[in-house]
Design a protein around this ligand. Structure first.
Ligand code: BTN
Length: 234
């Protein structure tokens, strides 16, 4: 199984694994109580106060065709782990976990390249568990504690990792189709009008489906459009 390294404080668990990529084994997990320079998607800051769960997983797979889908797998696993505590989170494509429109977890994945080869992937998650003050995170957010769930962070992490590594090989081999039914069950936006923002550009339309590759299929005024990446705005 995975080797877990614990820290009191780090700049970022992502940065740590990227800096130590060569000397660490496949499936090493790094966890910290707080981050001083936590990073989010699209170069955003990830405010990482004590009380949250901040971890990253180092992966060195042989086959790299479906790396992007591992990020969606981790989001699904966080969602399923939270469901064990009788709450009903949902997925906000591609990899946010939210409860009633407020963010519970964000996920960042970064490929490691060596020469022209993908040598691995670092996937990190920030889960709002029991921070004192979520007002500084810059977006509507909710913690498990605010939802009445008081849990041991290490137990929660172990549940997420068990779920993740249960499906890891299958997703690496076959991609999103392995988790598509479970993901779609937790994706409440199908048939709804949504917007997807990528940088400054936004595309608006009705969410038609999630493709077998994990992309978002939108019906826009100009016809069908396949969205590969972006931030969903609802
Ligand atoms: C996002 O929603 O923008 C993604 C946020 C990812 C945050 C996690 S916390 C652990 C890991 N270390 C980081 O610096 N970022 C990720």
């Amino acid at each position: 199984m995975s080797n877990i390294l614990y820290f009191e404080t780090l700049d970022s668990t992502q940065t740590y694994l990227k800096q130590h990529f060569n000397e660490l084994n496949d499936k090493t997990v790094v966890v910290t109580e707080e981050q001083t320079a936590g990073r989010g998607r699209f170069d955003r800051q990830w405010v990482s106060q004590p009380g949250g769960l901040y971890f990253s997983i180092l992966l060195k797979p042989q086959k790299t065709d479906f790396l992007a889908n591992l990020t969606q797998l981790l989001a699904l696993c966080v969602c399923q782990a939270a469901e064990k505590y009788a709450i009903q989170p949902n997925l906000k494509w591609p990899n946010d976990v939210q409860v009633a429109g407020k963010k519970l977890c964000g996920i960042l994945s970064e490929a490691i390249t060596q020469g022209d080869k993908i040598a691995g992937l670092v996937i990190g998650a920030g889960v709002n568990i029991a921070q004192k003050d979520l007002s500084k995170v810059g977006q509507p957010a909710v913690s498990l504690r605010e939802l009445g769930v008081n849990i041991d962070k290490q137990d929660f992490l172990q549940t997420v990792l068990d779920l993740f590594f249960d499906s890891y090989r299958a997703v690496l081999a076959e991609g999103f189709s392995v988790i598509r039914p479970a993901y779609k069950e937790r994706f409440p936006f199908l048939g709804k009008q949504i917007a997807v923002k990528n940088g400054t550009a936004a595309v608006t339309g009705i969410a038609q489906d999630l493709s077998p590759e994990g992309t978002l299929l939108l019906h826009t005024q100009r016809g069908a459009q396949e969205i590969l990446i972006g931030d969903l705005i609802v």
